[in-house]
Design a protein around this ligand. Structure first.
Ligand code: SF4
Length: 332
């Protein structure tokens, strides 16, 4: 049954709750969604979620750091930046065989997508040769492939497409207004350029952001607005809760209220109704109840495996137990 309601039903009475896929969201509309009473927000997010997805299904991805640490960028949340003393050791790019062994293990554990992350500002051509071999090898195992390697040129995006890359992750991180507080070594527009190259090459876009970095509600509005008004909605939208890591500039500070995090997920679901919304970093410290609320709010993807690049993530058996408890199943 199509559970969408028509724009006419909500016209003049508040934000568009029709569940239509549109890129012309306004700041006032996104703000109004954030301000909905929580029961209404969750109801509409769940209703719209059901119009596009099976609400029991959760897409499972595994993320492997193929090149850890030593990154020249200054992202304030990131333990892999060479500028911060976080205890993360800088490693070289992994060998292809070692990556493929990890991919086989991820597949055996139920993952359908294997993401490879490298701590680079942008990949060098020589390194990209090896990454392309990894991508082709992971694809041959029957897994969807995803990579996050920093900024790409149009030519690099095309090379990745040609070797079989399905998704490229490149987050906007936060609102354009707050962005300068978090990163100074590359601009918001640089990020949009890379996303454009990825999209033009025909690779699916994985793009989201991080909350809990000291931003305001209005910045969360701005972040969702920036994502929902991209030329096309990202196929995957990871919403991360900041993991405070010692040594980074964001190691301390007030954590974000869990209900506000759930609201952010719900607004992402309503504004990007056909995208897979990933409950991403920060799950290790999240209660089962908060995670369940996120699923109710329309999250339908998680990273599984004990580590997310360098920060802890729930063990697979804990995720399996939670999914069993909620009657949820892995998406094919
Ligand atoms: S988030 Fe990525 S680009 Fe930024 S410092 Fe970390 S590894 Fe480098």
């Amino acid at each position: 049954m199509d559970q969408r309601i028509t724009p006419a039903e909500t016209a003049g009475t508040g934000p568009d709750l029709s569940g239509a896929v549109r890129q012309d969201w306004t700041r006032a509309e996104v703000r109004a969604l954030f301000e909905l009473p929580f029961p209404d927000l969750i109801y509409h997010a769940q209703r719209i979620h059901r119009a596009h997805f099976d609400p029991r299904e959760v897409q499972l991805s595994t993320l492997l750091s193929i090149k850890t640490g030593g990154c020249p960028e200054d992202c304030a949340y990131c333990p892999q930046s060479a500028r911060y003393d976080t205890g993360v050791k800088a490693d070289k790019l992994m060998d292809v065989d070692a990556v493929l062994a990890e991919a086989r293990a991820a597949k055996a554990a139920g993952a359908s997508r294997f993401c490879m992350g490298a701590a680079w500002r942008n990949p060098k051509e020589r390194d990209l040769d090896r990454v392309c071999t990894m991508v082709a090898g992971v694809k041959a195992l029957g897994l969807e492939t995803c990579a996050t390697l920093g900024m790409l040129t149009a030519g690099q995006a095309q090379r990745l497409k040609d070797c079989g890359l399905d998704y490229y992750n490149h987050n906007l991180d936060t609102s354009p207004e707050f962005y300068g507080e978090i990163i100074t070594t590359r601009t918001f527009d640089d990020r949009l350029d890379t996303l454009g190259h990825v999209r033009d090459a025909g690779i699916n876009v994985c793009c989201g952001g991080i909350v809990g970095m000291g931003e305001s509600r209005e910045d969360r509005v701005g972040m969702i607005l920036a994502l929902a008004t991209l030329p096309a909605h990202p196929e995957s939208v990871p919403i991360n809760m900041l993991v405070q890591v010692g040594g980074t500039p964001l190691a301390t500070g007030r954590t974000l209220d869990a209900i506000e995090f759930v609201r952010t997920i719900a607004v992402a679901r309503i504004t990007m109704p056909a995208s897979v919304v990933r409950l991403s970093a920060g799950r290790e410290d999240m209660s089962e109840e908060t995670q369940a609320l996120c699923f109710l709010a329309g999250a339908n993807s998680i990273f599984c495996g004990p580590k997310l690049l360098t920060t802890p993530n729930p063990e697979r058996n804990r995720d399996r137990a939670l999914m069993d408890k909620l009657g949820m199943v892995p998406m094919d």
